[in-house]
Design a protein around this ligand. Structure first.
Ligand code: TXA
Ligand code: MG
Length: 313
């Protein structure tokens, strides 16, 4: 059995694994992470190999609190200070120049590092006991749907990967990634919105999907089920008469399809179940997965980002 409850003993086992240069999967409030010691190059290499992740896709270093950032960067400015005070622990990742001691391998070859302080108890217990930053991408095979339960992680990797179970992730989609390397720019939208960030530091840019060369992990084709997945309007979904297709929709109209997954009406609830719904849809092996276009208000930006990537062929 690879899934372990976060008892004191099991946290200690996970810490031993990290200390000996192994990798460990663990719950965070956003999605499950596949963690390694930020300063151990061969452990970093294991994460990339296990995920099948391109070497130029940098990882996020997880810290227990903002006092830990001194081990990762010499460029923690006033904006970082205010943002971390307001949103940490929580789903906001800050990209800043890295210091010399951080291996570039942990940062996809870049001279910058993404830092995040998770709020989830399991993630925090692990960090507290390990006592140093843990670099962790989402615990899925590169390009596939991110995992929001320990079972999702086990399905992806099975074998003897050690997984610290924290139940279903509360937020359900990945953190907002904000670069402070030059002008503040959102590289990946997430649960913390542009408006919330602007309330603290003033205007920020938001990069569009197609411009995201600065954040190599945010390529257009991502979070993708193996079944062809299309985004359709409410009217198009209402007109579906394909008994082989699986539909994820917010509207409750009865549909002529193989399976209808009813999605919640509020963005937070929608985000919390999105990845589990996509995995369920994929497992049903219909001829097609159809996602009804979510609302376009600003509170849905991160969800629209994820569904448009997962439907990109
Ligand atoms: O919520 C999350 O952020 C989750 C949990 C596990 O913390 N992690 C996560 O990691 O989503 P990952 O590796 O799947 O996505 C990290 C994103 C990628 O889009 C990557 O390109 C970007 O952060 N990123 C990391 N370091 C960066 C850097 N130095 N510069 C620009 N983008 C960076
Ligand atoms: Mg990921």
């Amino acid at each position: 059995m690879t899934i372990s409850q976060p008892t004191k003993e099991n946290i200690e086992t996970a810490v031993r694994l990290l200390q000996q240069g192994d990798i460990v999967a663990f719950a965070t409030e956003t999605v499950y992470g596949l963690g390694c010691d930020t300063f151990n190059k061969s452990a970093i290499q294991k994460v990339y190999t296990t995920k099948g992740r391109p070497k130029n896709n940098p990882m996020i270093a997880h810290v227990l609190d903002s006092t830990w950032v001194a081990t990762l960067t010499d460029s923690w400015n006033k904006q970082c200070e205010s943002l971390s005070k307001t949103f940490w622990p929580g789903p906001l990742t800050l990209v800043v120049p890295k210091n010399k001691s951080v291996p570039t391998e942990a940062c996809g070859g870049l001279e910058t590092i993404a830092i995040r302080c998770p709020s989830n108890t399991v993630a925090r217990q692990l960090l507290q006991s390990f006592g140093a930053p843990v670099s962790a991408p989402s615990a899925n095979r590169s390009g596939y749907i991110s995992p929001t339960t320990a079972e999702h992680v086990e399905t992806e990797f099975g074998g003897d990967l050690y997984i610290l179970d924290g139940g279903p992730c509360e937020t359900g989609i990945e953190s907002t990634v904000l670069s402070l390397v030059s002008e503040p720019t959102i590289l990946r939208p997430g649960a913390i919105t542009k408006e919330q960030i602007e309330d603290v530091i003033g205007p920020v840019f938001q990069q569009f999907v197609s411009q995201q060369s600065e954040s190599p992990g945010t390529s257009l084709h991502h979070y993708t089920p193996t079944t062809v997945t299309l985004l359709k309007t409410e009217e198009e979904v209402g007109a579906i008469d394909n008994l082989e297709c699986v539909v994820l929709s917010i509207h409750k109209t009865p549909l002529a399809c193989k399976h209808h997954i009813q999605m919640p009406e509020t963005p937070n609830e929608y985000a919390a179940v999105l990845y589990a719904a996509l995995r369920e849809a994929d497992l049903l092996q219909g001829s097609l997965v159809v996602i009804e276009q979510p609302p376009c208000e600003s509170s849905w930006v991160a969800i629209n980002d994820r569904v448009s990537r997962c439907c990109s062929q």
